[in-house]
Design a protein around this ligand. Structure first.
Ligand code: SAM
Length: 296
């Protein structure tokens, strides 16, 4: 494994990840999205992308055999709070916890059901969320974090691995093919950028597609202060029929889209893919206050 010292040992004194996987019988399960990163140099680069970790808690979804967890601890995270669904990984993670007393809390369970604030506590600097996400639930987890209330949220930033195609949707600009609901919500709540792309061979086993790490830094509440829930409803209607004009697609949520669009200063003939994030926010803000039953 790279990331080893010249004498073959890992810098944290723990066995190389291939050995950990062998010793604990952690054959990758496709159903759990298990594509592990075994190169500690690479996981340390991902950990460093989360900014200085000193004195911070890192929240990790799906530590698996612990490659990224070990990197976060080596890069100086004061504490790592991890949620892992696969109980087979727990003994391997317990060995990491024993090597770093008091710095690693592992919770067995489904990250989709986690109460993050309760797991993390509220003392000290805001935590960072850093994860090589299981792709089947990656978007759901991201949207959950983006919809956090109150805003600004309990976390300082997120550094997350997605399939490259999903990463491109998160950072997509208006007018591009990848621009859609996910990009509007992500960019309304955070400044977003792709910080690293990875070929399938970086993982064991390799997934079918390329991957990318996205950094999301929460923005202050926007102006006007559109509700993220309403923004979700408006973008669902608008992008649900993305080739249609807004005066057609928005009929799903309001009987008089032309008037709503005029009130928001938008052309009724415009298409969803050409609206900026700020324009969507203005539309959502006005829609929420629109005096019809359907708008409520
Ligand atoms: N962090 C490890 C790494 O980078 O090598 C493993 C990443 S692997 C892509 C995804 C991990 O998420 C697996 O360990 C898998 O068991 C776990 N996982 C899958 N679904 C989960 C869920 N709903 N909640 C928590 N963990 C989950």
């Amino acid at each position: 494994m790279s990331g080893e010292r010249a004498d073959g040992a890992s810098p944290d004194g723990l066995p190389p990840l291939r050995e950990v996987i062998r010793a604990h019988g952690l054959a990758a399960k496709k159903s759990l999205g298990q594509n592990f990163i075994l190169d500690l140099n690479l996981t340390r680069r991902i950990a460093r992308a989360a900014g200085p970790l000193d004195g911070r808690t890192a929240v990790e979804v799906g530590p698996g055999p612990g490659g990224l967890t070990r990197a976060l601890l080596l890069e100086g995270a004061a504490r790592v709070v991890a949620v892992e669904r696969d109980e087979r990984c727990l003994p391997a993670l317990a060995e990491i916890a024993a090597r770093h007393p008091g710095r690693l809390d592992v919770h067995a369970g489904d990250a989709l059901a986690a109460d993050w604030r309760a797991l993390v506590g509220s003392s000290g600097k805001k935590p960072v969320i850093v994860a090589n996400l299981p792709y089947s639930v990656a978007t759901l987890l991201l949207v959950g974090w983006l919809e956090t209330e109150p805003w600004p949220p309990w976390f300082d930033r997120m550094v997350l691995m997605f399939q490259k195609e999903v990463a491109e949707r998160i950072v997509a600009a208006p007018g591009s093919k990848a621009y859609g609901r996910l990009g509007v919500i992500a960019q309304w709540r955070a400044s977003t950028r792709i910080v690293m792309t990875l070929k399938p061979e970086a993982f064991t086993p390799p997934p079918k597609v390329a991957s990318a790490v996205v950094e999301l830094i929460p923005r202050p509440v926007g102006n006007p202060p559109a509700s993220v829930e309403v923004l979700g409803r408006v973008t669902a209607a608008a992008f649900g029929q993305r080739r249609k004009m807004l005066r057609v697609s928005l009929r799903q949520i309001v009987p008089n889209p032309e008037e709503l669009l005029a009130a928001a200063g938008l052309r009724a003939e415009e298409r969803a893919e050409n609206l900026s994030v700020a324009e969507f926010a203005r539309l959502a803000y006005i829609f929420e206050r629109w005096p019809t039953e359907a708008a409520r």
